[in-house]
Design a protein around this ligand. Structure first.
Ligand code: PLP
Length: 406
């Protein structure tokens, strides 16, 4: 939960590059790019300037029906130019969870209008995180996020994240005539940083989906916009999904922005049609100021070639965090695919001694480094401008924090 009660809060008052300051003036290394999103780093005045200019020209206007605005159209063109999707179209939203709901509803509606109304079932993977809106909460691969809300969307299933055979078996068990779509992150992020089991995995997934008439939806919310060295992360595996969901790094979080890239085939029944049967949308979709922030952010990613830089950071982060593998508190280190890493505590520390990742997080923060605790691991996903010295500082601080709780 993100409540805003004032007591006992860690107040972030200023940020610049990879650094944050709290209300006592103490400085911290942002080891998580806030919540996985600040790819270009903090304090980029050119994004603020672009938003200011846009808001003084046109504050906001709906893109409902045949309305449009320049930044939304330009952003759409720029994204489709790079998307590994056949004949791509873009739907804009205000974030990741909203985009997941959009993709899930579009998948179901697509099958409905093409004569397969029974195809509604959605499949996702263990550890998969797809936001916490209605569909995201229903397909999430972490049971604890589903509990306590009463019945969610029930024709869903979660399969092991490392098995193509399990995907095909589940499609056959449910019946291909009932399955609408399969959702997967290129690298599972919030669920604990799990890269695919091998480079051939996504090619095989795409083939199974195609053979059984199941739409393949890639959730690139974390993996996109250079965090894996490419625009959407999935390019690394040479496949072309039916839809790509994006958010976070598209604007580096300077303003809320997300969307869904849809193949021409899936878009065809809906695009520019009078009486469009996809009755879905939200008030702030295509907000010009958010799109202007996105465009300025993409300018930085391209101008500073953070797509290439991030591959160097990926290798450096991998090498640095692996040095922690021999620490007695550490059970496993996962890194090396994208600028993200998980340092999982040992079962002895977690299950026998009852040490929590929250304790390690607080120790690291008190030493000036922000990490992200999940139940069994500390996650790292810094801005894509972090230097080697800063990576060493981050990993050295994590080591001290592990020492302190052991
Ligand atoms: N999908 C993935 C892979 C995510 O990591 C997240 C958020 O962390 C979401 C979807 C949801 O995005 P939002 O929090 O903007 O709704």
């Amino acid at each position: 939960m993100h409540d805003v009660t004032r007591t006992q809060k860690f107040m972030v008052t200023r940020a610049e590059g990879v650094w944050l300051w709290d209300d006592s003036g103490d400085r911290y290394l942002d080891g998580t790019a806030s919540l996985w999103y600040c790819n270009v780093g903090h304090g980029r005045t050119e994004i603020a300037d672009a938003v200011h200019q846009q808001m003084t020209r046109l504050d906001a206007y709906t893109v409902y029906g045949d309305f449009a605005n320049g930044p939304a159209l330009e952003l759409g063109e720029r994204l489709t130019a790079h998307a590994p999707v056949v004949d791509p179209r873009v739907i804009l939203t205000c974030g990741g969870g909203e985009s997941i709901d959009t993709a899930a509803k579009l998948a179901r509606r697509y099958w409905g209008v093409t004569g397969h109304p029974g195809k509604t079932h959605l499949i996702s993977r263990t550890g998969g995180y797809h936001g916490l809106h209605g569909f995201g909460s229903s397909i999430i691969g972490m049971e604890r996020f589903r509990a306590g809300f009463g019945p969610l969307i029930e024709d869903v299933s979660v399969i092991p994240h490392d098995s193509v055979e399990a995907l095909e078996a589940e499609i056959l068990r449910v019946g291909p005539e009932n399955v609408a779509a399969f959702f997967a992150e290129p690298v599972i992020g919030a669920g604990g940083v799990y890269p695919p089991p091998g480079p051939e995995y996504f090619g095989a997934v795409a083939e199974v989906c195609r053979r059984h008439g199941v739409l393949f939806v890639v959730d690139s919310v974390i993996c996109g916009f250079a965090r894996m060295g490419t625009w959407f992360g999935i390019e690394r595996y040479g496949v072309r999904p039916d839809m790509i969901v994006f958010a976070k790094g598209v604007s580096s979080g300077y303003l809320p922005l997300g969307g869904v890239i849809v193949s021409g085939e899936v878009a065809e029944p809906f695009w520019n049609r009078p009486g469009n049967p996809f009755l879905h949308g939200t008030t702030y979709a295509g907000h010009p100021a958010c799109c202007a922030a996105g465009m300025a952010n993409l300018d930085i990613l391209e101008r500073e070639d953070l797509f290439t830089v991030s591959l160097e950071i990926e290798a450096q982060l991998d090498a640095a965090v692996r040095q922690l593998a021999d620490h007695p508190m550490v059970g496993e280190v996962r890194a090396g695919t994208g600028v993200m890493a998980a340092v999982e505590l040992s079962s002895e520390a977690l299950d026998e001694r009852g040490i929590t990742t929250a304790e390690v997080f607080l120790e690291a923060r008190s030493r000036g480094v922000i990490l992200r605790p999940v139940p069994r691991a500390l996650l790292v996903s810094p801005p894509l401008i972090i230097t080697w010295e800063q990576i060493e500082h981050l990993v050295g601080t994590l080591r001290s924090a592990l020492d302190a709780v052991s």
